[in-house]
Design a protein around this ligand. Structure first.
Ligand code: ADP
Ligand code: MG
Length: 389
């Protein structure tokens, strides 16, 4: 689950990390009221969307007067914003964060994530943060510092000092960094997060560090024990199809391609996408209907795939271990009857009740292309897309 910047900063503050004064606003008037409550005469108006890259897209504006605050908030609220990080989607700006404007001397980068390679929670930092961090990572990787935290020992204060010195900070700033890193480490563990990113973590002209941007992503598998995080969910920022899928307990991820995939089991679903790509095609989605798929879930899954007009063919790849092929077949038939299908459907069934499943499909009168195995199915799906084009 992703969070807005204002929510991330609230979480940081809860863990003793200092954040600039700020308030969220949902109308231009609220924005002005928020600015009035923040000391100083420089504010920043920030579009709250689930994507970075807002600065470059016009979603971060410095305002010198209350009129400018109103103007910028008015221009952003109610519109949609696409950034280089929003995966081609324009996200609705329903709120803006009004924050204290600061004088920046230098922008650093600091993130925490789970590094699978070293099986550890890892801090990544750079003295060259800011809006071009991707370029720094690609062109000057030596400017990126990595710290793998030992799970048993946890983050040690001396490690935060080493990081401070590696980033070229002075003693006072290194102390501030230590507080931030220890707070983030605690937050990361206690809330089961998957990623925290501060970019920029700024060095201000007054010499202090300031958390100017915050991105947080949590582990969905742990949501059941974090009602407070779930309450912060903003489904308007999420992919509509993925939201619908989660309501039916389906693991669905929208992809860029045009071959819809309905598969049981995450491993087989990954393999199916790989084999489609090997055959020169592009999957339109990842979908795992799960081991205990019922007719209703299969029907919902099929409808989800069909809800996208990008989909030019559907590849159903089922290995029935626990799931029964006749149940899958019933679901496909019900879904197609319900919503209609105008694209070729390639079906590979194997395993429990496979003959019954095939028979049901055959007798349904639906135009289904049968496949012998995963390779044959992927090939036929790619072929079907080519013919349709
Ligand atoms: P994004 O990462 O989505 O582009 P940021 O919050 O990082 O959004 O803002 C982009 C840039 O705007 C920052 O790198 C920083 O230079 C500037 N900025 C952000 N917040 C402030 C602030 N409170 N005061 C002054 N400048 C800011
Ligand atoms: Mg940023």
């Amino acid at each position: 689950m992703n969070f807005h910047e204002y929510q991330a900063k609230q979480l940081f503050a809860d863990y003793g990390i200092a954040v600039p004064a700020g308030r969220v606003a949902r109308s231009p008037e609220e924005a002005v009221d928020a600015a009035k409550a923040i000391p100083g005469d420089l504010w920043v108006v920030k579009a709250q969307i689930h994507a970075g890259g807002r600065g470059k897209a016009g979603g971060v504006k410095l305002a010198k007067t209350l009129d400018e605050v109103r103007e910028y908030a008015k221009a952003m609220l109610g519109t949609k914003m696409e950034t280089y990080q929003s995966a081609g989607v324009a996200l609705p700006i329903d709120s803006v964060l009004i924050s204290e404007g600061t004088d920046i001397d230098k922008e650093l980068y600091l993130s925490v994530l789970v590094d699978r390679g070293t099986q550890s929670i890892t801090f990544i930092a750079s003295s060259e943060g800011g809006v071009d961090i991707e370029q720094v990572a690609a062109e000057t990787p030596e400017k990126i510092q990595t710290l793998n935290v030992n799970y048993v020992q946890g983050l040690q204060p001396y490690q935060t000092r080493e990081m401070g010195f590696a980033l070229g900070l002075d003693a006072k700033q290194t102390g501030q960094l230590g507080k931030i890193m220890l707070g983030l480490f605690k937050l990361f563990n206690e809330k089961d997060l998957a990623l925290v990113e501060l970019n920029p973590l700024a060095v201000l002209t007054n010499g202090n560090l300031a958390v100017l941007d915050g991105k947080v992503n949590s582990d969905d598998n742990a949501s059941f024990r974090h009602a407070d995080l779930v309450a912060m969910r903003d489904i308007r920022q999420e992919d509509e199809t993925e939201v619908a899928a989660s309501q039916h307990d389906l693991n669905y991820v929208t992809m860029d391609g045009n071959i819809g995939c309905m598969v049981n089991g995450a491993g087989l679903a990954m393999a199916t996408m790989d084999v489609i790509k090997l055959n020169g095609g592009e999957p339109a989605n990842f979908l795992d209907v799960g081991g205990g798929a019922t007719k209703e879930r299969v029907t919902e899954a099929f409808k989800l795939i069909l809800s996208s007009d990008k989909v030019k063919a559907i590849f159903v790849n089922i290995f029935g271990g626990i799931v029964r092929n006749d149940v899958i077949a019933e679901g496909i038939i019900a879904a197609v009857k319900d919503v209609g299908v105008k694209v070729p459907v390639i079906v590979r069934l194997e395993g429990t009740k496979v003959e019954e499943g095939k028979k049901l499909l055959k007798e349904s009168g639906l135009a289904i292309i049968a496949a012998d195995d995963i390779n044959d199915g992927a090939r036929k799906a790619v072929e079907a897309v080519k013919q349709a084009a």
